[in-house]
Design a protein around this ligand. Structure first.
Ligand code: GLU
Length: 393
């Protein structure tokens, strides 16, 4: 008996893996501070929970249409118009079991064996694995800390070949917190508009967790609208990670393919969660400002604390809730017989010597960095950073 080659080659998700490891050590009685998962440390707002309870009482407990309830699609369309100035029709919207499934659906729908998918690096952990699972070949285009972890139009242009079928990136970026400005996106759009067979997968799940200018959607550049898929979901903006509601706005032919695929895999996502999602999307986005304000305070504190840690170099994240320090100055150093040679080693060293769980940058395509989530309480963050400082001193 043996697993398929696809599954033999598939790595477990490093973010989920580290979180599970931290949980296991905590259960064994160790005092672990976990800054590994990217998950708001807030509860879902009450008005959304009430809507879910009502949806249950109203018996939204059967299958929904595969691509989602018409009322939810309408709410998504209004949200896209309100927040992103994007116009979509119902047949361009597909609701899925989290933005992760949305990404999976899209890549499965467009990637042939051997097709290339450009992934600006550092990238969110699952992009490369989902590309490979779809039979595609990830083409990594490296963004440097000096350039605030953003790729340039020249780099993008040089990476496109006759085999390129898609590009996938997040802005605000998980793991770096970088946000592409309007001009930077325009430059990328200009290149991509010359390659009409390249699908742009723009992951905007962190759009509301932003500390400067408002997020700009790639699909708002008219020259690339018909080749762009906008990925979003409710997990981060509304602290609804466990509800598993993601969605896309896409060209209708591609949305149709995602719907067909979903019809064979999940039959559509949870019905009462979809009804509650309508309430969330229809609310004024300012109802979750208190979360963003809390993240903003922690971000400022974390940037300051990171500066005090030996061998940490950080960019200033403009969105999301992660620090992504370059820690390579620590490589080659030995303590208590343990030598730290790379980001994996440093992550294990911090887990063992500081009892702080973070994620190795290698999981995001960056061997010199680690990812620290600051979606945690101020007290935990202070304590974690002081432990890391001590362990690296
Ligand atoms: N997106 C979150 C993270 O990067 C959740 C975990 C996951 O799905 O990878 O930590």
């Amino acid at each position: 008996m043996q697993l398929s080659k696809r599954l033999q080659n598939l790595k477990p998700s490093a973010t989920i893996g580290m979180t599970a490891k931290a949980r296991e050590l905590s259960n064994q009685g160790m005092d672990i501070i976990s800054l590994s998962i990217g998950e708001p440390d807030f509860n879902t707002p009450d008005f959304i929970k009430e809507a879910a309870k009502k949806a249950l009482d109203d018996n939204f407990t059967s299958y929904s249409p595969i691509a989602g309830f018409a009322q939810l699609k309408e709410a998504v369309i209004k949200k896209f118009q309100r927040d992103n100035q994007l116009t979509y029709q119902p047949e361009q919207i597909v609701i899925s079991t989290g933005a992760k499934q949305s990404i999976y659906n899209v890549l499965q729908s467009i990637i042939e064996e051997g097709a290339e998918v450009i992934i600006p690096t550092p990238y969110w952990v699952s992009y490369s694995d989902i590309v490979e699972l779809s039979g595609g070949t990830p083409v990594f285009v490296e963004a440097t800390l000096e350039n605030d972890f953003k790729i340039t139009a020249e780099q993008l242009s040089a990476a496109i070949t006759s085999k390129t079928r898609a590009i996938i990136y997040s802005s605000p970026c998980n793991p770096t917190g970088s946000v592409y400005s309007k001009d930077e996106l325009q430059a990328l759009a200009t290149v991509l508009a010359q390659h009409k067979d390249v699908i742009i997968i723009s992951d905007e799940i962190y759009e509301h967790i932003i500390y400067g200018d408002k997020n700009i959607s790639m699909a708002s550049f008219p020259e690339v609208y018909d080749q762009t898929v906008t990925i979003n979901g409710l997990a981060k903006a509304f602290a609804m990670t466990g509800w598993r509601i993601g969605y896309i706005g896409a060209p209708a032919w591609l949305a149709k393919a995602c719907e067909t695929l979903q019809g064979q895999v999940t039959s559509g996502t949870n019905s009462f969660a979809q009804i509650a999602a309508i309430t969330a999307l229809e609310a004024n986005p300012s109802v979750v400002d208190y979360m963003v304000e809390a993240f903003a305070e922690r971000r400022a504190m974390m940037i300051e604390l990171a500066k005090e840690i030996p061998g940490f170099k950080v960019n200033e994240p403009k969105g999301a809730f992660y620090l992504f320090p370059d820690v390579s100055e620590n490589f080659g150093k030995t303590f208590n017989g343990v030598t730290v040679n790379n980001a994996d080693d440093l992550a294990m060293y911090l887990l063992e010597h500081a009892q702080v769980a973070i994620v190795t940058g290698a999981a995001f395509g960056s061997n010199n960095c680690i990812r620290i989530s600051y979606a945690a309480s101020v007290d935990d963050l202070k304590e974690a950073m002081s432990r890391i400082k001590k362990a690296l001193s």
